[in-house]
Design a protein around this ligand. Sequence first.
Ligand SMILES: Nc1ncnc2c1ncn2[C@@H]1O[C@H](COP(=O)(O)OP(=O)(O)O)[C@@H](O)[C@H]1O
Ligand SMILES: [Mg+2]
Length: 221
Amino acid sequence: MEVLSCEKLALAYRDGDRTTYALREVSLSLSPGKFYGIMGPSGSGKSSLMYLLSGLKRPTGGAVRLGATTLSHLPDAELMRLRRTRFGFVFQQPFLLTYLTALENIVVAAPRPDASARKKALGLLESLGLATMAGKLPSQLSGGERQRVAVARALINEPEILFADEPTAALDQANGHKVIEALAAWRTQGTVIVVTHDAGMLSGADERIYLSDGTLSIDES
Ligand SMILES: Nc1ncnc2c1ncn2[C@@H]1O[C@H](COP(=O)(O)OP(=O)(O)O)[C@@H](O)[C@H]1O
Ligand SMILES: [Mg+2]
């Protein structure tokens, strides 16, 4: 069974009369309930792959399929709605709103910021070991705590696919591992895709996908 797949996916950048390929003919099939790690050196195409798989960018070749839906066939508004309702995102920086508490930062990502969303957000904070931080502003949290709040925000809509691009790059090892643990735990509910150049963060991954110069090799373990 597969939840997300791509076929001969390519992304080319035009720079005058020169073409750079960020990705070339990448084909993948991802299953539900797994934690995938996408690895590779800087510039190998990891972010490009994540942007294409999640519909943040459109491919210049090939296609991405989510169930029966081909992402590139969707108009922008539909694609945006799909991302908001079915995907969750965590980036290198947590991008929290500085004037909202940890709890409010999570609640604003819910479709309706009502009592049930607050309850759910509190539950998420609790499960991430942040129950006592609910009322604090981002400036009162450590970098690792802020990033775990960002993970909770990505989970509030129960995403089928949780995408994270270098989520530990700004953290020390111990905090990095806590963030990875929080992401990996979501594999019981959906598919988790973590992009990193730090192989040490992916010891718990179900499958590692290695990118090099825009092409891929899969190391199953
Ligand atoms: N906007 C852009 N214009 C031109 N080239 C780009 C652009 N974005 C990325 N690239 C190139 O695409 C390749 C892959 O980039 P990226 O996907 O960001 O790699 P990674 O995330 O593995 O560091 C790199 O060679 C990069 O220079
Ligand atoms: Mg990148």
